[in-house]
Structures are given as structure tokens and as C-alpha cells.
Design a protein around this ligand. Structure first.
Ligand SMILES: Nc1ncnc2c1ncn2[C@@H]1O[C@H](COP(=O)(O)OP(=O)(O)OP(=O)(O)O)[C@@H](O)[C@H]1O
Length: 461
């Protein structure tokens, strides 16, 4: 918790006796007490002292305690206010709480009441400070990403905040191998790049390799390089990926697809930290950070794919998992907004409004293709859209299986009646070749009712 070593408390009451009594109650080496008999005196004190809590009487000269509270909230929003009231002034207290006062106690006051009001307010201030600190750290990190990479990692869900925290920490551990797991399209390569660009290796190469795309015959020459004439067709000396990414980062995507015999060679090189070009017997040391990624789960990787456990341990000193988009839905509106702005720039468009129905529909969608699917969807929508407003008709939810699930029945994930209704209508129109009377018969509603719904949901015929 963020500590406030010296809590500065201002007592504003026109009765000298009350001011003195309260300040006696609050004698504590950790408190610094200020006293004011009038609002103007109190505001002068607030101007020059960094006050944390103001204790304000409801009845004051110059202006009422409620007006003082309003002015504090406007001019000094960081100050928390505790109201003092008489027993007969409960209406004012309720009003004060609505205006943002945090607590109150009544006159004549008891020590325990004053103490607990101060304690509650202190806790609130601590909590608020922690939150502000977390937000500040988060925005410093995301800004750093942008400056280093030229693009951002978008997301404000607890999972994304945690992810960004992990990225910034592991980036500093320069030699640690990282394994990133997560479904396809969740942003594994983006995270790998972020780790690279936030590390001391950022001025050297980030080399991305898709392990599933390397034929066995080319494995050694691609990873380690070869000398001229090492084999038929080797007309030049070639630098391998380990060497090319020296002092930088080698990103091994789809590591789970690496063939078993190649895994053995790979492990040896990682352990020795030296390579030998094909056709050469000179050992070349390298200093390359390995970041690997897989969309398979780790247990499955070993038990089903037979992935070597020793290699797994070597590459997974630090494992980062990225949750699928459907499990962090609060990121969807942010990503939507980000991609619309991005494609606006790329395509020279000016879309500045998005229908609420679009967000609602996307929030209900399962995104089997994760962020990549959302990005592609927005790209298409921006291309199609001829106005400055995106609507549902610009979106095509592209995964037929998922759509099918929603068309035929409500699922645990989809109990949204409107969505089921829209899908039923679309299906009926499809089956009847857009014949509204026949579609209405299928849906067991009148033609007029169908027509109303088509307009309401802006269903394209
Ligand atoms: N949080 C995010 N903020 C902004 N863009 C993102 C985010 N996550 C993913 N993307 C974008 O989504 C696309 C897919 O991301 P990426 O290629 O990193 O996914 P992946 O998990 O490596 O996919 P695959 O497993 O299929 O290789 C990229 O264009 C990436 O920039």
C-alpha cells in the first residue's frame, strides 16, 4: 500500500471550541493539523498546503458547508472531505455525501467516531493512490512500447495489465528464454517483439522463424548457415539465423511443430551456445535470446506431440500465457476503436462513429481467431463503409461454425435473445431466397412483424 507518512488535516469550523477539541482528538505524530474559522481562511490554507483531508462543518459564515464542499471538489479534487453536522441536519449530510463527501460525524462528537471517520478516509486515500500509481506505471510501459516499436499493445483487462507487467519485467532479464503460449491470433508475436524492443537487445536483430515451415533438409543450413560448396546448390556462404540474430532475439513460432530429430540438434546448440556452419568445422559462439511460441498447451505438447522435455525446460525459463479474446471481452471495444483509427489512417477514411449494436454484437461473438480475426473484420468493415459511421451491416462474422451454433440454439455463452432472433431471421431469409412471406411462415410470425424486425436489426437482404 502507498504510505502517506504525514497526513495533513484541515479543520474548518467557526467555533473555536470545536476546532480545539477536534485537534486535541487528532493528536498523532503522523498528523499535521491546520485550523480555519472561515471558508476564506480555509481556502488560503488549501492553496499553499498539500491537504489530504478537510473536516468541514455544515454551518459556516460566508458560505454554507455544502458550498465549501462543492468548491473543494472543483478546485482541489484530490482532497477528501468529512462533514460535521448536528443531529437535526441529516438532510444536509445526505446531500453532502451525494456531492462527494466521504464520511461524516455528528456534534457533539465522540473520539471513536472521529477516529473511525479518519481511518476510513485514510484507507480510501491509500487505495486511490495505489490505483493512480498502477495506472501511471501501465501508461508509462505502453508508451514505451509505442516509442520502441511504432505500434501499441492494446488492452485494459486485468489479464492484459498483468501481461504487460510480465513483459516489462522479463524484457530486462536479457538472457532468459521465454515461452509464449496462447491460441492463434492472440498476439504472441506482438508480445515477443515487445520483449525484444524493451530489452537491451533492441538495437540488434529480431528474427522471426516459423518452425512448422522449415523442411528437415534445410533445417541446419537455415539455422546454422553453410559454407560455399557445402552441398550441391550452395553457391555462396550463408549466414544462419542464430548468427543473424546474434546479440538480438530469435523468435521461434510454432515450436511445437519442430520435428523430433531436429529438436535434438537444436537442444545441443542451445546448450553449447555455439554453432557450426554446414561444411565447416569452425565453432561460432552466439549470444541470442530465444523466445518461442506455441498455440498448443504445454502438457499436450509433451504427451501428444512427444516434444522433448529437456528442450521444453531449456526454452521455458519464463512462460507467458495470453488469454483468448473471448475471456477478456473488455478489450474488444478498445481494440475495435484502435483498429478503426488504424485503418482510417491506412485507407485515408474518416470513420468516427460506431453503432452501439456493433459493439454489442462483437461482445457476444466468440472470436475463434482472436485479435487477428477482429482486426481482419474491422479492415473489411472500413473498406466497405462509405459514410463516417460503422454499423452492423459492415461486419461479417466470418466463422460459420460459431455462427451455426448461435443460429440453431442458445448456448451457455450466448443467451442473447436478440442475437438468436437475428440469426433465425437471416437463416429463414436465406432458405426462402429473401421471400419475406415464406420466411415469415417459416418463422411463424406475420409478414409485417418480419418486416419490422428486418428494419429494426438492419438486416441486409
Ligand atoms: N493486444 C493487441 N493490441 C494490438 N494489436 C494486437 C494485439 N494482439 C494482437 N494484435 C494484432 O493481431 C494480429 C495477430 O497477432 P500475432 O501475429 O502476434 O498473433 P499470434 O498469437 O502470434 O498468432 P499465430 O499463433 O497465428 O502466429 C497482429 O496483427 C497483431 O498486431
Amino acid at each position: 500500500m502507498v504510505s502517506i507518512s504525514n497526513l495533513r488535516i484541515l479543520i474548518l469550523d467557526d467555533e473555536q471550541l470545536v476546532r480545539d477539541e477536534l485537534s486535541e482528538f487528532l493528536i498523532d505524530p503522523n498528523f499535521k493539523i491546520f485550523k480555519a474559522g472561515s471558508p476564506s481562511e480555509a481556502f488560503n490554507i488549501m492553496e499553499v498546503n498539500d491537504i489530504h483531508i478537510a473536516i468541514v462543518d455544515v454551518n459556516l459564515p460566508e458560505m454554507s458547508g455544502l458550498d465549501v464542499l462543492e468548491k473543494i471538489k472543483e478546485d482541489f479534487p484530490e482532497i477528501e472531505v468529512i462533514m460535521i453536522s448536528g443531529y437535526s441536519e441529516m438532510d444536509s449530510v445526505i446531500h453532502a455525501m451525494r456531492l462527494g463527501a466521504l464520511d461524516f460525524f455528528t456534534k457533539p462528537f465522540r473520539l471513536s467516531e472521529v477516529e473511525s471517520a479518519i481511518e476510513r478516509t485514510k484507507k480510501f486515500i491509500h487505495l486511490n493512490k495505489s490505483l493512480i500509481e498502477i495506472k501511471r506505471n501501465y501508461s508509462i510501459i505502453t508508451k514505451e512500447f509505442y516509442e520502441a516499436m511504432g505500434y501499441e499493445i492494446i488492452g485494459d483487462s486485468p489479464q492484459m495489465r498483468n501481461l504487460i507487467n510480465l513483459i516489462s519485467k522479463v524484457a530486462k532479464a536479457d538472457n532468459t528464454s521465454v515461452l509464449i503460449t496462447g491460441e492463434s491470433g492472440t498476439g504472441k508475436e506482438l508480445v515477443a517483439r515487445a520483449i525484444h524492443y524493451l530489452s537491451n537487445r533492441k538495437d540488434n536483430c529480431f528474427y522471426a522463424v516459423n518452425c512448422s515451415a522449415i523442411p528437415e533438409s534445410l533445417f541446419e543450413s537455415e539455422f546454422f548457415g553453410h559454407t560455399k560448396g557445402a552441398f550441391t546448390g550452395a553457391s555462396d556462404t550463408k549466414t544462419g539465423w542464430f548468427e543473424a540474430a546474434n546479440d538480438g532475439t530469435l523468435f521461434l513460432d510454432e515450436i511445437g511443430d519442430m520435428q523430433l530429430n531436429l529438436q535434438t540438434k537444436f537442444l545441443r546448440v542451445l546448450e553449447d551456445r555455439k554453432i557450426m556452419k554446414v561444411g565447416s568445422n569452425v565453432e561460432i559462439p552466439f549470444d541470442t535470446r530465444i523466445i518461442a511460441a506455441t498455440n498448443q498447451n504445454i502438457e499436450g505438447l509433451h504427451s501428444e506431440k512427444g516434444f522433448r522435455l529437456d528442450l521444453y525446460h531449456r526454452i521455458s525459463s519464463f512462460v507467458i500465457h495470453i488469454d483468448p479474446l473471448r475471456e477478456r471481452k473488455e478489450d474488444i471495444p478498445l481494440l475495435l476503436d484502435y483498429f478503426v483509427k488504424y485503418f482510417n489512417r491506412v485507407m485515408g477514411k474518416n470513420i468516427n462513429e460506431i453503432d452501439g449494436a456493433v459493439i454489442k454484437r462483437l461482445l457476444a461473438y466468440q472470436f475463434p481467431g482472436n485479435v487477428r480475426e477482429l482486426k481482419n473484420m474491422v479492415e473489411r468493415a472500413v473498406i466497405i463503409c462509405d459514410t463516417n459511421r460503422l454499423s452492423l451491416s459492415h461486419f461479417q462474422l466470418s466463422h460459420p461454425k460459431e455462427e451455426q451454433k448461435k443460429i440453431n440454439f442458445a448456448t451457455d455463452d450466448n443467451l442473447d435473445l436478440e442475437l438468436v432472433e437475428v440469426d433465425c431471421i437471416k437463416k429463414a431469409l436465406e432458405r426462402t431466397n429473401n421471400n419475406k412471406s415464406k420466411a415469415a411462415d417459416l418463422l411463424n410470425i406475420t409478414w409485417q412483424s418480419l418486416d419490422r424486425r428486418i428494419k429494426k436489426y438492419k438486416i441486409e437482404m
